[in-house]
Design a protein around this ligand. Sequence first.
Ligand SMILES: Nc1ncnc2c1ncn2[C@@H]1O[C@H](COP(=O)(O)OP(=O)(O)OP(=O)(O)O)[C@@H](O)[C@H]1O
Ligand SMILES: [Mg+2]
Length: 255
Amino acid sequence: MKVISIAIQKGGSGKTTTAVNLAAALRDAEKKVLLIDFDPQSNLTQSLGIKKEPAANVYTVLRKEAFGEQADLLEVKQVLHGLDLIPAALELADAELELASVYGREQIAAQLLQRLENAYDYVFIDCPPSFGILTVNALVASDYYLMPLQAEFLPLNGVRSFERHLERIKKLNKHLRLLGFVLTKFNNRLSMNRSVEEQLLEKYDATQVFRTHIRTNIKLAAAQEQGMDIFSFDPYSNGAADYKALAAEFLEKIK
Ligand SMILES: Nc1ncnc2c1ncn2[C@@H]1O[C@H](COP(=O)(O)OP(=O)(O)OP(=O)(O)O)[C@@H](O)[C@H]1O
Ligand SMILES: [Mg+2]
């Protein structure tokens, strides 16, 4: 079982879209995938069609575990479109304060995931756009992190600031590695998009930048709105083709 955090502080980078659709592409490749919504905004939960705040959610489990009970993530699992999801709710925002004084607060998610043993091939954690206790927990529990970057804006400042935080995380989790950057909302005709990629390749090894670009495709936003992954919504869209290609490259990289 490999655990992958999808993280970057910058909002709107395509974290949640990548979590849902990469997981869905892997589901279609017969892999066993678990999605964990670690963002109080609960976009991932909503993206899979859950409209009502789930009373049993990731925060219920985190809190139990933090305050000394042996908890089980799968207690709050829901299955949507053939994907296993640990949903979030707005109350997850309380984690920041409530867990602040808990001993071992950075390792709560890691403990919960260890208990799943090898129930899944891949676990994806959709992180919030901040570097607080939730993102720290996700990264401490992960083998890899994957960073979607919106190619339309200069995202490299965000990467630099993320790397400063990582120094701290690596002390708690020596195994954590970058799986790669994924350029999202890509438009090959825009020179800005190409220049973002060139800058990444100057600084990072080519193996750390996914060759697959996720093109701007309105169908991806529409699918999210309908509470569906792109393959269930429109399997012939560019968005479906791009996430399918990303999944193939993902499997090649993570071998
Ligand atoms: N390739 C794409 N083409 C068009 N729209 C996209 C694409 N990727 C994401 N979007 C849309 O952009 C918005 C932001 O994407 P998403 O929610 O995945 O970002 P995020 O990084 O998870 O944001 P946050 O940091 O707020 O959690 C969403 O409305 C989504 O539908
Ligand atoms: Mg998100």
